[in-house]
Design a protein. Sequence first.
Length: 310
Amino acid sequence: MDGKNHTAVTYFILVGLSEHPRAQAIFFCLLLMSYLIILLGNSLILILIHYDSRLHTPMYFFLSNLSFLDICYTSSSVPQMIINCLAGIPTISLGECLAQMCIGLYLGVVECLLLAVMAYDRCVAIGDPLRYPVRMGPQLCALLAVGTWVSAFLLTIVPTVTLPLEFCGHHIINHFFCEVLAIIKLACNDLQFNKLLMMATSSLTLLAPFAFILASYGHILGAVLKIRSTEGRKKAFSTCSSHLTVVVIFYGTAIAMYMIPQDKTSGEVDKFASLLYGIMTPMLNPLIYSLRNKDVKGALQKLCGEKNAA
C-alpha cells in the first residue's frame, strides 16, 4: 500500500468471544472466578511466607517471588478481559494495547527464568542436602532473584524497541488481550528480521530454561533413586511433582505458540492456548505448589489459631 493511503490506527477491537454471547457469559464467570483465586491464593502465600519464620528458606523465597509475579502478570491483562466481556464492542486504545503487550511479554519472560531458578534450588536441596543452606545462602538467592528480573528486562527490551509496527487500517485483534503474536499479525510492514530476532529471543527464554529444568530434574531423579527409604523417595517426589506440573503446562503451551511458525498455527488455537500459561498456571501455583505443602498448611493453621485466640 502507498504511504498516503495508510489509515492511522488509534484503537483496537479485541474479538475474544464477543461473537458468541452465551459462551462469553460463561467465560466471564470463569474468568472472574479464576482471577479471584489467583489474587486470594497468591496473596495468602505471600502473607504466610512473610508471617511464619519457618518459611524463611530459599524455596519459599523464590515461591514468594513467583506469587508476586503471578499477581502482576494476570493483573496486566485479566481485568481488561473481564471488562471486555461486559462491553458490546470490546476496544482498547493503541497506547494501552502496546503497553499491555510489553508488560505481559516482560513478566512472561520473568516467569520462564524464575521457574528455571526454582528447579536449580530443588536440584541443590535434593542432590546436596547437607550443603544446601550454605550453597543457597541469602546473598545468592537475592542475586538470582534480581538477576532474573533484570535479565528478563534485557531480553524483552531489545525485540520490543526494535519492533517497527505499522498498522494500515487493520485494528481487529482475534484475541482476548494484546498478545505480541496477535499484534504482529496486524502489521503491514516487513517484520521478517524482527520475527527472526523474536525466534532467537524465544530460544533463550523458552528452550534454554526448559532444557536446564529437564537437566536439573534428571539430576534430581538420579539423587532420588539413591535414597534407600521409600518414605524419603516419596517425600522427594512430592516436593518436585507440583513444580514439574506447572513447568509442563507453562512451557508446553508457550513453546507451542512461540517456537512453531505462525503460518502453521490457528489464531483460535493460539488465543485459547494463551489462557493456559496466562491464567491456568498462576491459578494452579498456590493450589498445587504450596497449599498442599505441610509447612504452608502448618503456617496457615498457626495464623488462624492466633487470630481465633485473639
